[in-house]
Ligand binder design. Structure first.
Ligand SMILES: *Cc1c(COP(=O)(O)O)cnc(C)c1O
Length: 365
């Protein structure tokens, strides 16, 4: 039987193996692992790619979100507006600081934060907006930035899934005050372990972040801030500098795979829609199906691996019971959680494999 995995990192490694192996070997030869020239190079490379002034490499996307919120001064009881339809790390960063997540439901077509609902969620305690570009598809930053400027709120973009995705040729993560990326291995730009980065055009925030990620020190053993230890290490930085060169090519391939799914799937599946002027990086290719359990089992029995992003909306997670939300509070996100299925999606997915997936999906009834 043909097997189609959900993601094939081995295929990607095979395509760049000699470059990666050499880059890692050089770090091992130097035996210098933290805050060295490879991180500096990657931060420059990534800033150039993003067309953004500053990049700070950190330990993970989650750390990046926490440090970004700290850099803009988010404290206990502050309110941060964020989509309820996301990976939980977005909200974990807010509650880690003792701040309060104020959830906004998803738009039924784009699955992104319904930006038109943000205005009415703003109170005296609101300090920031933390939108997400979910599945690598840009959310409505035009509306978000307008609301934010009107109410003098800062915006941190969770671009942890949207490396290289654009809104009118601007790369997601560079539109708000700060943008946060994850280099978790399965992301479109993935390290070989945990990693993350924050970008900003604001020099003050940049210097604050450099200190925060490094025990709050600017000079060794002189601690101006109560800092944190969260740094992108030299091995990961060296790997990411190699992989960054291929990001646009990989994102293009993913877009081609997506196009073929959209034209090939004739079933009653519902596809995600995109705002005009935006280009997704197709981190996740999701379809909505009514009888999902049966659908996933049908594909699984035929050797096709699928996933769910995400099965339980954040407001209904057990860890957030104390926030007091109930079923029915965010109906669109709840319906998405019930119906969404993610299909195999990676740059190296070849046409015979994809054709097989499409054929099997079309034979499902
Ligand atoms: C992956 C992800 C994160 C967290 O990144 P880590 O590097 O895994 O900590 C945050 N937000 C979103 C939307 C993500 O997909």
């Amino acid at each position: 039987m043909k097997k189609v995995p959900f993601l094939d990192l081995k295929a990607q490694y095979k395509s760049i193996k000699s470059e990666i192996d050499e880059a890692v070997a050089l770090v091992l030869k130097d035996q210098f692992f933290i805050l060295g020239k490879r991180l500096e190079k990657f931060e420059r490379d990534f800033a150039t790619y993003l067309k953004c002034r500053y990049v700070v490499g950190v330990g993970s996307g989650t750390d990046g979100l926490i440090l970004a919120l700290r850099a803009i001064g988010i404290k206990k009881q502050d309110e941060v507006i964020t989509p309820v339809n996301s990976f939980i790390a977005t909200t974990l960063a807010i509650t880690e600081l003792g701040a309060v997540p104020i959830f906004v439901d998803a738009d039924k077509d784009t699955y992104q934060i319904d930006a038109l609902q943000i205005d009415k969620k703003i109170t005296k305690k609101t300090k920031a907006i933390l939108p997400v570009h979910l599945y690598g598809a840009p959310c409505d930053m035009n509306t978000i930035m307008k609301v934010a400027r009107k109410h003098k709120l800062l915006v941190i973009e969770d671009a942890c899934q949207s490396h290289g995705a654009t809104i009118n040729d601007k790369i997601t993560g560079t539109i708000g005050d700060l943008g946060v990326y994850s280099f978790y291995p399965g992301k479109n730009l993935g390290a070989y372990g945990d990693g993350g980065a924050i970008c900003t055009n604001d020099e003050k925030l940049y210097h604050k972040l450099l200190k925060l990620r490094n025990y709050g020190q600017s000079t060794k053993y002189h601690h101006d801030n109560i800092g944190f230890n969260s740094r992108l290490d030299e091995i990961q930085a060296a790997i990411l500098s190699v992989k960054l060169k291929y990001l646009d090519k990989w994102n293009k391939s993913r877009n081609q795979v997506a196009k073929k799914y959209i034209s090939g799937i004739k079933n009653k599946a519902v596809f995600q829609k995109f705002a005009p002027g935006t280009v997704s990086n197709y981190h996740i290719f999701s379809i909505l199906v009514k009888n999902r359990t049966k659908f996933m089992k049908f594909l699984g029995d035929k050797g096709i691996q699928t996933n769910i992003h995400y099965p339980i909306p954040i407001h209904l997670q057990r860890c957030y019971r104390s926030l007091g939300y109930r079923e029915g509070d965010f109906p669109i996100s709840e319906r998405l959680a019930e119906q969404t299925v993610s299909l195999p999606m990676y740059a190296e997915l070849d046409w015979p494999s994809q054709k097989y997936v499409i054929k099997i999906i079309n034979s499902f009834s």
